[in-house]
Design a protein around this ligand. Structure first.
Ligand SMILES: O=C[C@H](O)COP(=O)(O)O
Length: 251
């Protein structure tokens, strides 16, 4: 049994309006309250405009709140950006950084992700730093090197097991219904754990999440894999029943 408590994180991406978000978060908070002691931490990461209402709705719940990105600055003339301080003001404890959709859609480099993570840690947020290879990179046998490079370039100084979580998300498995095999996940998570050694304090205690088409039907198998310390869930986090089903697979 791992000493690392599992984290089940829902990335709502650009989905849902206020009423949807409130209903989903309230449903999950109610389930958590009714379940008593559970074997996982649960997190929801709504779009920015929903952070304040959702945060207020779950104030008295163990359900945690996170942002999907943050700026590497604390304030100023940065139109469209959201500062880490604004996330904590809304009640966030976590922030997802370097998601492959941010890297692809907004050209975020490892250096940008590192700067954002440094700003997040300075604000007391837990940074969930995402890494993962494309299908072409995997087919070319480059997956391990790509992920090692992303880790080396994206983790800021001062990262510890308490303030940093790594999410391994093979790009080809995101929203596609394709999932990495348990064997592939085991190998990559072991590789990530080894790469963290010397790069982050208490590397053995860092939580490494798997993401990519996680569903209630495959969660138990994936969550049982060595060095898999939870899941970063996209599509299946938008339905309380499915997200709860994934979390319930944690032992
Ligand atoms: O952040 C979540 C991941 O991109 C996974 O998304 P997905 O569960 O829809 O495949």
């Amino acid at each position: 049994m791992s000493a690392r408590r599992k984290l089940i994180a829902g990335n709502w991406k650009m989905n849902g309006l206020k009423a949807d978000g409130l209903a989903l978060a309230s449903d999950l908070a109610g389930r958590l309250k009714g379940a008593g002691p559970v074997a996982f931490d649960m997190l929801v990461c709504p779009p920015f405009p929903l952070l304040f209402p959702v945060g207020e709705a779950i104030t008295d719940s163990p359900l945690a709140l996170g942002g999907q990105d943050c700026a590497p600055k604390t304030s100023g003339a940065h139109t469209g950006d959201v500062a880490p301080t604004m996330l904590t003001d809304a009640g966030c404890r976590y922030v997802i950084l370097g998601h492959s959709e941010r890297r692809a859609d907004h050209g975020e480099s490892d250096a940008v992700v590192k700067a954002k993570a440094a700003a997040a840690l300075a604000e007391g947020l837990v940074a969930i730093i995402c890494v993962g290879e494309t299908e072409a990179q995997r087919d070319a046998g480059q997956a391990d090197a790509v992920v090692a490079g992303q880790l080396a370039g994206s983790i800021p100084e001062g990262a510890t097991a308490d303030n940093t979580v790594i999410a391994y998300e093979p790009v080809w498995a995101i929203g596609t219904g394709k999932t990495a095999t348990p064997g592939d996940v085991k190998a990559m998570h072991a590789h990530i754990r080894a790469e963290l050694d010397g790069r982050i304090a208490d590397a053995a205690k860092v939580r490494i999440l798997y993401g990519g088409s996680v569903k209630p039907g495959n969660a138990a198998e994936l969550m049982a894999v060595e060095n898999v310390d939870g899941a970063l869930v996209g599509g299946a986090s938008l339905k309380a029943e499915d997200f709860w089903g994934i979390a319930s697979a944690c032992r």
